[in-house]
Design a protein around this ligand. Structure first.
Ligand code: BDP
Length: 629
């Protein structure tokens, strides 16, 4: 019958059939791609007698999908004409044609899943896929996730071929959109850069952290562990809250430390939840000077027939604020350190373990005791290392460059993303003693996007919006402080919502150019005013000057190493003269890649006190003498 149709009728039929097929694919994908559940990322994959892990990082297959035909052409059934790519790593750094590509691309790998895993529950966990990801296993859709810098996981046991290789396909795209967090392609935004990110770091794309397959026991398993610590006199207490799945009725917590001592507590589940508090006599408190960690082993089931086990490390410490001070274990502590980035040549935003180790070594060398995970949560190994090395961390969500004008639908989408990030970040990082503070946003902009002009008022809507985020943080974790980092010229009302005031200031750089006297005068006045108004301690979470390495001047001049040193010293002196200052974080630890723009020579932000490949500028030696003597 088709043969009897005219060419026009045939063409029409083809269009109808293709539309129908596209529609069916879309409908079926809409039905089968569930959004990732943040509660699944609470426990990092772990190998023990009850659990198994397989790290899928290494060489994967990669293919751009700029026409976005991959799904209709079923690329999940095997990528044809693909090239190799390293995971973790940003795709923008690995090829000769990838730098500015932010569209759709596909990743694929194969992994053998041992038959011995059959009978267990199997999950796929992706450490970070920037920005939006869809995942298939053996050609079958398993789920989707939005937002980079935080992990997501799906249960995939039903799709596994036991004792065979299994194909994992991940589609990722990183379009810059006003509805996303962080935002991009904003009309009239402050950043006139390319690519048009509404923030000052390169919008790297791809699989940036490890990808894992892991298994947990089928009949009863530990789903989540939350640790809260406290102390009175010399006795510490570690409260361990355990959430389980399945039929375990009881369990045990064993805490090891204090040179071979063990402290134990039994617990019983009620509705799969339980908690046990263990006392530690002669407790060794966690601090930057002595980052002492206790080992916590949780076992569920009876002692004769244990069902699952999970181990982690914790430090006993408290964090609080007074009107003037930040208190660690009840004692004043001053944060000395940096705002940072996950950034390194060729790796992009991909996890690079040697760089991580080097960064801690260099931070210690300067005498720093703290850093902020600007402007997104860092790799989990980074956080574990902070626990071990004794760094006090301000853990920040990817909410950078938020603004409140324009499209209300986009505003609601951004707000939903901010809440998702808070849930995921706290779910993932809540057991790190190093994390003392959650930061819900960096430099949200007031109504007018240009902070040096227009309205600096906080609209009631924006205050309500932040209040909602702070409430969510406190609901998830009431043991730590919560803050947002304020932009220069931004509304003070937003700052007042925080437990501790955090501000970024660039007087002497973006205003009062080169004039450090005028800059520090204004800075001092502003700090005094803020403290008088809010009666809370203040941290300057960013201050710094772009510095081209090797550029010098007898009399300090912008862009020279002498000017950067003078700038940092002037700010530190202002802080030292005020007893309500609780910390100073230099911007930035190292130079980092950003979008191309007039004020970003070579697409690099040069405010690092170390170069991008971690060589010290003069300011690094200055900080070392100031912070270690
Ligand atoms: C601050 C931002 C930071 C920038 C820095 C700068 O928080 O991301 O990199 O300014 O301009 O406003 O160097």
């Amino acid at each position: 019958m088709v043969n009897s149709l005219t060419p026009d009728q045939k063409k029409f039929l083809r269009v109808v059939v293709s539309c129908l097929l596209t529609f069916m694919v879309k409908v079926s994908s809409a039905q089968t791609f569930t959004y990732a559940d943040p509660s699944l990322i609470a426990l990092y994959p772990q190998q023990n007698d009850f659990r198994n892990t397989l790290n899928l990082s290494g060489m994967w297959e990669f293919k751009k999908d700029s026409l976005e035909v991959g799904e209709t052409e079923n690329w999940q059934n095997g990528l044809e004409g693909a090239r190799s790519i390293a995971v973790p790593g940003s795709w923008n750094e690995q090829f000769a044609d990838g730098r500015n590509y932010l569209g759709m691309a596909w990743y694929e790998t194969e992994s053998y899943v041992p038959a011995s895993w059959q009978g267990q529950r199997i999950f796929l966990r992706v450490g970070s896929a920037n920005y939006a990801a869809k995942v298939w296993v053996n050609g079958q859709p398993v789920g989707r996730h939005e937002g980079g810098h935080l992990p997501f996981a799906f249960e995939i046991g039903k799709l596994i071929n036991w004792g065979e290789t299994n194909r994992v396909s991940i589609q990722i795209e990183n379009y810059l959109k006003p509805s996303r967090v962080p935002t991009g392609n904003v009309t009239g935004g402050p950043f006139q850069s390319f690519p048009k990110a509404n923030y000052d770091f390169f919008p790297y794309a791809g699989l940036h952290r490890d990808v894992w397959l892991y298994s947990i026991p089928n009949t009863a398993s530990i789903k989540d562990i939350t640790i809260k610590t406290d102390f009175e006199n010399t006795t510490g207490s570690i409260e361990v809250i355990v959430e389980s799945e399945g039929n375990a009725r009881q369990g045990k917590v064993v805490i090891s430390g204090n040179e071979g001592q063990q402290y134990e507590a039994d617990f019983r589940f009620v509705n799969n939840t339980s908690s046990a508090t263990v006392s530690i006599p002669d407790v060794r408190l966690w601090s930057p000077d002595d980052p002492y960690l206790y080992q916590v082993d949780v076992t569920i089931g009876s002692s004769r027939n244990p069902g699952d086990r999970y181990s982690l490390e914790t430090g006993v410490r408290t964090i609080s604020v007074t009107e003037n001070q930040l208190l660690l274990n009840g004692e004043p502590i001053f944060l000395k350190g940096f705002g940072k980035h996950e950034d390194f040549p060729i790796f992009g935003k991909g996890t690079a373990h040697p760089v991580m180790v080097k960064d801690y070594a260099l931070m210690k060398w300067t005498g720093a005791n703290s850093f902020r995970t600007s402007h997104y949560p860092y790799d989990e190994e980074y956080m574990r290392m902070a626990d071990r090395e004794g760094f006090l961390v301000i853990d920040e969500t990817p909410a950078v460059g938020l603004y409140f004008h324009g499209d209300t639908t986009e505003l609601a989408q951004r707000q939903a993303m901010c809440k998702q990030y808070i849930e995921e970040m706290i779910s993932r990082d809540k057991n790190h003693p190093s994390v003392i503070m959650w930061c819900i946003a960096n430099e949200p902009f007031p109504e007018s996007l240009n902070p040096s002009a227009g309205s600096r008022e906080a609209t009631p809507e924006s205050v309500a919006l932040f209040q909602e985020l702070f409430d969510l943080v406190k609901e998830k974790d009431d043991t730590r402080l919560a803050t947002l980092v304020g932009v220069m010229g931004g509304p003070a009302e937003w700052l007042g919502l925080s437990d501790i005031i955090c501000i970024n200031r660039y007087y002497g750089w973006y205003t009062h150019l080169g004039d450090m006297e005028g800059a520090t005068q204004l800075l001092g006045m502003e700090l005094d005013g803020l403290h008088q108004r809010f009666k809370k301690p203040i941290i300057i979470t960013e201050f710094g000057a772009d510095t081209y390495p090797g550029m010098h001047a007898v009399e300090p001049e912008m862009f020279t190493e002498e000017f950067q040193t003078q700038f940092i010293k002037a700010y530190l002196d202002v802080a030292d003269a005020r007893d309500y200052m609780a910390g100073m974080h230099v911007w930035a630890f190292s130079d980092f890649r950003t979008s191309q723009g007039l004020i970003r020579f070579g697409g690099v932000n040069y405010k690092g006190v170390f170069t991008r490949d971690r060589k010290p500028k003069v300011a690094a030696y200055f900080l070392r003498s100031r912070w270690t003597e």
